[in-house]
Design a protein around this ligand. Structure first.
Ligand SMILES: Cc1cc2nc3c(=O)[nH]c(=O)nc-3n(C[C@H](O)[C@H](O)[C@H](O)COP(=O)(O)OP(=O)(O)OC[C@H]3O[C@@H](n4cnc5c(N)ncnc54)[C@H](O)[C@@H]3O)c2cc1C
Length: 377
């Protein structure tokens, strides 16, 4: 028995596809609308922490994720000195349990494709190039209007349309992502043999310089700077800026710099934070993933939280007989405090860097958060 027979999902990112897969597997009719025309333009790399991998295993895609990604169990810290001196190499916590790696790096379009194929296989219908444009709530359902002129009726609509969620605005929720003061340059390149796990360099011209292997032949590399307006920057200028900032970093960065080119999908974006206080639903429309919350990727937890939201929501919907306050209370009880802890810790890590705080208790902060998120959502 399920509380819903027909669900509309707005947004085909990790949150939307995960919800679609689990609900469709549970016998629900699911339709996803995704504003982008295809999956190819979905960024560069992503670091998936163990708790994200645990949800992906629950979706039945872990073996494929493992085959396409690059898994590792440690992180090293290097100095921004002429040798990229290794200061410490530490085992990373296996947040998804002992039988999953601590981290898997992944090319984002590969992850998107794996999730979309699985959702289709489960029976979900996906309409690419179609945006949600209007929502009207009725006592027992929602009318969802889309950019192709179609209006469909659903028992429930899931707004998984990301950071600048149109669904959030249509619901009149007056919460928006707030910049945290940092901006990140990211590039996607081939993998030098010297890179087999993430290294983090703190200091130098950037707050953080780092990289993550995303496959046998690929990595993404990133440089975090004070947030600034980089909106008019051309591809050539972006390449020059990234190469210039990277000059200060050595060790494997000496292998990355020559690989950077205008074909490296160089991208600049600001870090943000937000979390909808109280309920994430209005009537029969609920927000999950970045639509409901965001955090700087200082702990690589954004996609993990998005996937967990979807898993918890689907579990509750499939187990309930009706969509009522009890269901929403249970959802918020399982999600709000956990996400709040992740957002606060992720923001704090960035703020200590912005403040130049040298005595920050980073191990203490991480040590307090990890046991919480190692517990299944
Ligand atoms: C610089 C940066 C680095 C990050 N690195 C990591 C990391 O390493 N690890 C990690 O776990 N997290 C990371 N994150 C966070 C992570 O990317 C997000 O938390 C995650 O992608 C959220 O998934 P989502 O499905 O909620 O949203 P999204 O992935 O944004 O998906 C939303 C989808 O909705 C679609 N959409 C938008 N509007 C509409 C509409 N009106 N109608 C239909 N469709 C619509 C969009 O096209 C999009 O495909 C990072 C974030 C940033 C900014």
């Amino acid at each position: 028995m399920s509380a819903v027979a027909r669900v509309g999902v707005i947004g085909g990112g990790a949150a939307g596809m995960a919800a679609a897969i689990l609900l469709a597997d549970g016998g629900v009719t699911v339709e996803v609308v995704e504003a982008k025309p295809d999956l190819s333009a979905l960024g560069s790399g992503i670091t998936l922490s163990g708790n994200a991998l645990r949800v992906l295993r629950g979706l039945g895609v872990w073996e494929e994720v493992r085959a396409h990604g690059y898994s590792f169990d440690k992180v090293a810290f290097r100095a921004p000195d002429p040798h990229g001196t290794v200061l410490a190499e530490v085992p990373d916590a296996r947040l998804g349990g002992p039988d999953l790696p601590a981290t898997t790096g992944m090319y984002r379009p590969d992850l998107a494709r794996i999730l979309a194929e699985r959702a289709r296989g489960a029976g979900a219908r996906i309409r690419f190039g179609v945006a949600a444009t209007g929502l009207e709530q009725a006592a027992a359902g929602v009318e969802l209007a889309t950019s192709d002129g179609v209006t469909e009726h659903y028992d429930l609509v899931i707004g998984a349309d990301g950071l600048h969620s149109a669904t959030r605005q249509m619901l009149g929720i007056d919460v928006a992502p707030v910049p945290t003061g940092m901006g990140i340059w990211r590039a996607f390149t081939g993998r030098p043999a010297s890179i087999t796990h993430t290294d983090l360099y703190y200091g130098g011209p950037c707050f953080i310089a780092g990289y993550c292997p995303t496959g046998e032949d690929s990595i993404y590399a990133y440089l975090v700077e004070p947030a600034q307006d980089r909106s008019g920057v051309s591809d050539d200028e972006a390449l020059a800026i990234m190469r210039g900032l990277a000059e200060a970093y050595h060790g494997p960065w000496d292998d990355i710099r020559p690989l950077l080119s205008t074909g490296s999908r160089i991208n600049y974006t600001w870090f943000t934070q937000h979390l909808i206080p109280g309920a994430w639903n209005r009537g029969r429309v609920v927000l999950i993933g970045d639509a409901a919350h965001s955090c700087p990727p200082t702990m690589a937890q954004g996609a993990a939280m998005a996937l967990e939201d979807a898993a918890v929501l689907a579990e509750l919907l499939l187990a309930a007989d009706t969509v009522d306050d009890g269901l929403w209370n249970a959802f918020h009880e399982r999600r709000s405090a956990r996400v709040r802890a992740v957002v606060d810790a992720s923001v704090q890590l960035g703020q200590w860097l912005l403040d130049g705080e040298r005595d920050a208790d980073v191990p203490g902060l991480i040590g307090r958060l990890h046991p919480k998120i190692a517990t299944p959502a």
